[in-house]
Design a protein around this ligand. Structure first.
Ligand SMILES: Cc1cc2nc3c(=O)[nH]c(=O)nc-3n(C[C@H](O)[C@H](O)[C@H](O)COP(=O)(O)OP(=O)(O)OC[C@H]3O[C@@H](n4cnc5c(N)ncnc54)[C@H](O)[C@@H]3O)c2cc1C
Length: 455
């Protein structure tokens, strides 16, 4: 038997927040009993709640937490394939396998996400232009279906359910465990070239020029820049550091790093703290501080700079924030990005964190996010109804340019926009209908986007 308790549940953006029944099963039998004990109501799996909006929220039925189911089950040294329960976090995988010379094949900007959450969003990292998304490295997974049975899925076994589950935001079932191909690395460090670009054209040109040279790339972008400074950026281009690249004191222990001291945001900042003045001041400083240089940095510093500040999402205050992540096809990305940046800048919507990446091949999931182009992620404080007017305007621009939004970040899109952005939606729905005819897996997001029908 699992127990249910009502709690306020939100995503990382803390918008929206709903009261939901929550259960915490700790074994497969308990997961099954959460499914059968919910009396026919719908449920949704939840990992570490690092998606921004409402995909891991269900206020009609219940939320089934997964992070406590975090055992590593097997590791094959010849292939580097790790099999683990879906609640294991990427941080736990790094802690266990980096000392043996393995790292994640790709990683998002936080290591506090679960294996199940990474599969369900088919997440991407700074190496998407070379390696594709997380799903490319999943060799198989075990899924608990709506009727309580367990289905093994892979590219050659139940391939339709596999494709619907990668990027399927938990709507095909509960991923119980999965096998992930890890990557051998020469050290825990990266050689990072910091390159300033005075505007968007310079940034895109630099990405183009360095994409094959550096497997990892990302740009911090000043989204308050205007005129000839629109889109000024600092690119951070990374590659593995060999032990011989490391300073003497690190060469004998290349897989060890000094752990970051974690600071914490102890309370919700007042809404006024983040405004276009404070963001402008921060952006000016950041740009000035990053002169063109190359450094050796550890993986935490390169991949997870925000993880060193616990609960940093509180700086946006009680009303929370959204992350608006756009993807534009390569042929339209320059014009599309200019239009988006101009709209944000003229709305004075101070985005404290804005990150630009290049994207490569289409993912294997039916609802996988990326295709070849550029993707820009913008954090925007929730400043009320005008924010939603802005996102509607941006949605239309994005549709006109053949772009799309990312389900793991979305909190605002409507059903019509979503179906225009995701051409495989009907194929996804057909597979969901086959494995989950009564819509037992459902979320606030799935309802808003019309993936599921109101009950
Ligand atoms: C600071 C920060 C940086 C980020 N950077 C990136 C980035 O660079 N690239 C990127 O792609 N994403 C990024 N993200 C988003 C994050 O990687 C995804 O939202 C990821 O899905 C979160 O995993 P989670 O375990 O927290 O899942 P949750 O947020 O709890 O859930 C996300 C989805 O996964 C489903 N799910 C979770 N566990 C299971 C399971 N066992 N079975 C079935 N479905 C399940 C949920 O139902 C939900 O639909 C970032 C997030 C933050 C906070």
């Amino acid at each position: 038997m699992v127990t249910w308790a009502t709690q306020s549940v939100g995503g990382w953006g803390r918008f929206p927040i709903h009261d939901c029944p929550v259960s915490r099963p700790d074994g497969e039998e308990q997961v099954r009993s959460a499914l059968s004990g919910s009396n026919g109501r719908s449920i949704i799996a939840r990992g570490l709640g690092r998606s921004y909006g409402d995909p891991a929220i269900n206020n009609q039925g219940g939320v089934v937490l997964q992070a406590q189911r975090n055992r590593m089950l097997a590791f094959d040294k010849t292939t580097g394939v790790l099999t683990a329960e879906a609640g294991v976090s990427l941080a736990e995988i790094i802690d266990a396998f980096l000392p043996r010379g393995y790292f994640l094949p790709t990683t998002p900007g936080t290591k506090f996400v679960t294996l199940g959450g990474a599969i369900a969003a088919d997440i991407h990292g700074k190496n998407h232009h070379i390696d594709g998304s997380f799903g490319s490295f999943i060799t198989s997974l075990r899924l608990m279906l709506a009727n309580g049975s367990i289905l093994t899925c892979a590219r050659d076994e139940n391939p339709d359910v596999f494709a619907a589950t990668l990027g399927g935001m938990g709507l095909t079932g509960i991923i119980l465990s999965a096998s992930l191909r890890l990557r051998r690395v020469p050290s825990a460090y990266y050689q990072v070239a910091y390159r300033r670009a005075s505007n968007l054209d310079a940034a895109l040109e630099l990405f183009d020029r360095t994409d094959t040279e550096y497997p990892y790339s990302v740009a911090w972008i000043d989204c308050l820049g205007k005129g000839s400074s629109l889109g000024r950026s600092v690119l951070m281009l990374g590659r593995d550091a060999q032990p011989t690249d490391l300073p003497d004191r690190l060469r004998d222990t290349p897989y060890q790093i000094r752990k970051q001291r974690t600071k914490s945001v102890p309370f919700d900042f007042p809404a006024i703290a983040l405004n276009s003045w404070s963001v402008k001041a921060f952006n000016t400083l950041f740009y000035a501080k990053h002169a063109d240089t190359t450094k050796i940095v550890d993986y935490d510093t390169y991949f997870y700079p925000l993880d060193s500040i616990h609960a940093w999402n509180r700086i946006y205050g009680r009303r929370g924030f959204i992350q608006y992540q756009v993807l534009l096809p390569r042929e339209n990305s320059r014009e599309g990005l200019i239009r988006v940046l101009e709209a944000i800048s003229s709305a004075g919507a101070a985005s404290f964190l804005a990150v630009l990446k290049t994207s490569g091949r289409v993912g294997d999931g039916l609802l996988s996010y990326l295709f070849p182009g550029h993707t820009l992620a913008l954090d925007i404080p929730n400043y009320g109804p005008q924010l939603f007017e802005l996102t509607r305007k941006l949605d239309r621009m994005l549709l006109d340019a053949g772009g799309r939004l990312y389900l793991a970040k979305d909190a605002t899109m409507d059903a019509e926009t979503f179906s225009a952005m995701y051409p495989n939606l009907n194929r996804f729905k057909a597979i969901k209908n086959k494995v989950d005819p009564d819509q037992r897996f459902d979320s606030v997001q799935a309802q808003r986007l019309g993936i599921t029908e109101p009950r």
